[in-house]
Design a protein around this ligand. Sequence first.
Ligand SMILES: Cc1ncc(COP(=O)(O)O)c(C=O)c1O
Ligand SMILES: Nc1c(O)cccc1C(=O)C[C@H](N)C(=O)O
Length: 405
Amino acid sequence: MDVTPGELAERAAKLDALNPLAHTRDRFLIPPDLVYLDGNSLGVLPAAVPAALEDAVRRQWGRGLISSWFDEGWWDAPLRIGDRIGALLGAAPGQVVTGDSTSVQLFNTLTAAARLRPDRRVLLTDPGHFPTDAYLTDSVAQLLGLEVRRVPASQVGAALGEYGRDVCVLSYPAVDYRTGELWDLSAVTRAAHEAGAVTVWDLCHAAGAVPLALDETGVDFAVGCTYKYLSGGPGSPAYVYIARRHHADVRHPLTGWHGHADPFAMQDAYTAAEGISRARIGCPPMLSLLALEAALTAFDGVDLRELRSAGLSLTSFFIEACDLLLAGRGFEVATPRAASRRGSQVALRHRDAARLVPELARRRIVGDKREPDILRFGFNALYNTHADALAAVNALRELTIAVTA
Ligand SMILES: Cc1ncc(COP(=O)(O)O)c(C=O)c1O
Ligand SMILES: Nc1c(O)cccc1C(=O)C[C@H](N)C(=O)O
């Protein structure tokens, strides 16, 4: 090892001191002495949330009661908060709506997307997609009489060349939940369009960590959760993006009354609302939605390019520290080393992953384990530090034995 742990600690301190986003850490209530590297599963509580929830419960609900639906802007909250999220996704206003879970949004969106190409029979998806995406893709295919083919994003071009004219939808994650690999949304979307198909992207592991340019990239549909890098809280509502050019044609299977053109006319038959409102379903979980709105203020004034470079600085430093301090201890970096191919997490493979993750937690360092042998460390540049990264690597060094000298 050319660099000593002491020198790495100095580097971490310097990098943290130079971080232009250092001030945003104060926007979160991080438990003292905790190194939290699991914000890619459940983000830390933003400082603005408790008071916003208190107000939502005691004043808006407690005193305003039913009048709050309109007097406090509850009815428009899914659209208002959708636009705030849209700004983080590179989407112009009026194309994102919040509500329901990612799973529900996936079902609604995949079905609506496939219906745009009724003469085609193949749904293309990632063999390593998150389980809920895999299960729902299969369900939608079953319901619509389609066939699912599982092709890695890196091989989509070849697959489309072979049978692309029969593909209706490509359903892919922007960032792989296990390895943290960032896919090329632009290249996959372009290839899909050349073959006449549409894309449904799952942004769960990208939104709020990686700058996205949905409008510019020509993405058709996207869904994502808000409890990871957006720190909306456990079970906070998901969102869906539908490019404006599809609004008039899109037909959802979940035709709830909030998506009706005139909800309070209480008509017998469904008529879809204009614009993104047609992606609304039923009554949204308002308290969670208002907590999410407060949580998103943690992004106020944050330049997303700066956030991305701070995130890459953290993951690059973590990988470098792993290379230096964990050599010969049975670890393998499963995340791409090229910054352009990396989201904001680093995954390490180790055959003792199941032992190491709880051992880390006992030392107040939280990451998580994914099957079969992956240790995941998520870095939210709004609150994580290089010192956090080094603490995790130092602990892993203490918990393992070097096999080679
Ligand atoms: C890529 C991805 N999609 C979807 C989900 C979850 O969906 P839901 O919010 O419906 O539980 C997760 C995480 O739980 C995920 O990582
Ligand atoms: N949504 C979760 C939950 O309800 C319980 C525990 C974990 C989660 C997660 O978010 C897991 C996460 N999507 C993953 O990437 O594995």
